[in-house]
Design a protein around this ligand. Structure first.
Ligand code: AMP
Ligand code: MG
Length: 208
C-alpha cells in the first residue's frame, strides 16, 4: 500500500495566491504552472529554500536552476544583461526563452551550481505571473518532477511524481506549450550559444 499524498492542490483564488506567496516568502516550496511545464519554485535569493528544491527532486547539486522573474527591475537585480540580451528579452519575454547571463552576488551560488552565471526567464503563464507579482521575489524553479522523470504538464502529473515530497501545488490547468524553454548563453554577446533547444526555435532567435 502506498502512503497518501501530502500535497494540497490550490485553485487560483486571491486567497490561495496570498497564502502561497507567504509560503514562498517564508522559504517554502510551491509547484507552479508555467506555459512550458510545471515548475518547483522557491525564493531564488534564499540558499536554504533553494536547497529544498534539490532535495525534493533528488536533483544533483551540480545541475543549475532557472530563475523566474516578472520585471526588468528584477532582471538587473540578479544578472548583468548586455544589449543583445535586452533585445532578445524585449522580443521573446514574457515567453519560453531562458538567457544565461553574468550572475550578481545577491543570487546564492547554490542556484547556479557554483557557476558565475545565472539562467533567467520571464514566463508568460498568467497565473504564475500573478504569483510572481504577489511574492515580488525572483523564483528559482526547475521542472516539478523527480530527477530523471518526464517533466509534468498538469497539477495531477506533479502530484503523481512529487505528491509525497512537497506540500503545495498551484493548479493552473494544462501547460499550453508542454516542452521546456530554449536556453541561450549570452554572456558573450558576440557569441550567443544555444544550450538547450526548446519552444523558441533557432530560426526565430536568428531572425531577431
Ligand atoms: P530545468 O529547470 O530542469 O529545465 O533545467 C534547467 C537547465 O538550465 C539546467 O539543467 C542547465 O542545463 C540550464 N542552466 C541553468 N542555469 C544555467 C547556467 N548558469 N549556465 C548554463 N546552463 C544553465
Ligand atoms: Mg528538468
Amino acid at each position: 500500500m502506498t502512503a497518501p499524498s501530502a500535497a494540497r492542490t490550490y485553485s487560483s483564488t486571491p486567497r490561495n495566491l496570498a497564502r502561497l506567496a507567504r509560503v514562498l516568502r517564508g522559504g517554502g516550496l510551491v509547484a507552479v504552472p508555467t506555459e512550458t511545464v510545471y515548475g518547483l519554485a522557491a525564493n531564488a535569493l534564499n540558499a536554504a529554500a533553494c536547497r529544498k528544491i534539490f532535495k525534493a527532486k533528488g536533483r544533483p547539486s551540480n545541475d543549475p536552476l532557472i530563475v523566474h522573474i516578472h520585471s526588468q527591475k528584477q532582471l538587473v537585480a540578479i544578472a548583468e544583461p548586455n544589449d543583445a540580451a535586452l533585445k532578445l528579452a524585449r522580443h521573446f519575454w514574457p515567453g519560453p526563452l531562458t538567457l544565461v547571463l553574468p550572475r550578481r552576488p545577491i543570487v546564492p551560488s547554490v542556484v547556479s551550481a557554483g557557476l558565475p552565471s545565472v539562467a533567467v526567464r520571464m514566463p508568460r503563464h498568467p497565473l504564475f505571473r500573478r504569483l510572481l507579482r504577489k511574492v515580488d521575489l525572483p523564483l528559482a524553479a526547475p521542472s516539478a518532477n523527480p530527477f530523471g522523470y518526464v517533466s509534468p504538464t498538469s497539477a495531477a502529473h506533479v502530484r503523481a511524481g512529487l505528491g509525497r515530497k512537497i506540500a503545495h501545488i498551484l493548479d493552473g490547468g494544462s501547460c499550453s506549450i508542454g516542452v521546456e524553454s530554449t536556453i541561450v548563453d549570452l554572456r558573450d554577446p558576440r557569441m550567443p550559444r544555444l544550450l538547450r533547444p526548446g519552444a523558441v526555435t533557432r530560426k526565430q532567435l536568428e531572425t531577431v
